[in-house]
Design a protein around this ligand. Sequence first.
Ligand SMILES: Cc1cc2nc3c(=O)[nH]c(=O)nc-3n(C[C@H](O)[C@H](O)[C@H](O)COP(=O)(O)OP(=O)(O)OC[C@H]3O[C@@H](n4cnc5c(N)ncnc54)[C@H](O)[C@@H]3O)c2cc1C
Length: 409
Amino acid sequence: MENFDYGIIGGGPAGYTVGMMLARQGKTVVLFEKDKMGGTCLNKGCIPTKSFLHASDVYSQMKNMSSYGIYADNITFDFSKIIDNKNQTVEKIRKSLELAVKNSGVKIIHAEACVKDKNTVIAKDEEYSVKNIILATGSKPKEIKGLEFDGEFILSSDDILNLEELPKSILIVGSGAIGVEWARILSNFGVEVTLTEMAEHLIPLADIEVSKRIERIFKQKKIKFFLNDSIEKIEGQNITLKSQNTITAEKILVAAGRIPVCPTCECESVLGDACGEIQLAHYAIHQAKAKALGIPFNKNLVPSVIYGEPEIAWVGLREQDTDETYKKSVLPITALGKAWCDNCTDGFIKLITKDDKIYGAHIVSKEASSLIHILLTAIQNNVKVSDIQKMCFAHPTYAEGVFDLLISL
Ligand SMILES: Cc1cc2nc3c(=O)[nH]c(=O)nc-3n(C[C@H](O)[C@H](O)[C@H](O)COP(=O)(O)OP(=O)(O)OC[C@H]3O[C@@H](n4cnc5c(N)ncnc54)[C@H](O)[C@@H]3O)c2cc1C
């Protein structure tokens, strides 16, 4: 029987990060992955969706370049090539990931693992003796009663990646990050998209003004949505909502959350989606870092990002979390020269401040996914508004919007 300091079950962001970091410290590590290295993030989540999103955004932009004097008539796309490109991107990343994991000294076992006892893991009928077990087994799409996945009509976020052709119409259940990103991808490609959301607003976890702005943008883009609503009845492709609105859709995508995959067993720790805490790849990665290197992170300041045009990003307190002692300030993106050059003027930067300190940041804008980190750095490190006012921001950038907003406080 082989002996290791650590046995890690799951080769997603949590598992491979903690594995590599422990191995680099001289620990002996064995990592078990039953499917593909990279986990949900690389194979079914973050990366494939962003590859599709990029293709669909470029396609959509190309159709709207005439104001720049660029005329691209009869633009078409080949969905099978878009899928090939996505697959190649995922494979390239997976190859370099596997190499990096192996080079760090982690032994990878491509097999389903189960825990026999707190010091023994079994995979492919072999026993591995380990001093510590870390579970990084991830999560899976949540099914809703009456909307069980069949892979044909009622799809999970895994199933939708297997489509070889785009449907003409789709109903998306749930308007969190996964629902909104798929709504954007499919709408850009010309699919008739309808969303249903049980909450009062789209993206229920976002600041209220962000939700309302996205609702406005979706209306402009002809993405239909129903709030405070859910499916009551399905007859063939005819769907009746609780509101009695009816929709005809070729497919239904259920994007109503994910449930942890976490075998009950004795183990040293559980990391990533399997914990059932914040189900984001960067949360998994930073939990792994905290475990392996003892470098903690502030779990109340985990940035959220929803991709597409425009990006949506936020961190810290939302307007609905605050009282009148907090000040809210909003800079429309139209104030920025760069936004006009890019023809991306719909959006805003919103800050929640109090006593010379920033408590929350909410951005709807191109580059929001990067911009949010400036504000995260300020919030987490108690950087004063008056200190940021002394900084020099480059022009023309989206980042100077942060300065413009703070100098006006
Ligand atoms: C459509 C979609 C888009 C997303 N986009 C983003 C995004 O843009 N940004 C972001 O931060 N997050 C995003 N996420 C979430 C992100 O993918 C997850 O938070 C992240 O993958 C969690 O990492 P993990 O290591 O905990 O689990 P996972 O990535 O799920 O990895 C777990 C691994 O464990 C393996 N495993 C499970 N049981 C066993 C076993 N018994 N033996 C061996 N192996 C086993 C699984 O095969 C899997 O590979 C997205 C998710 C989806 C579905």
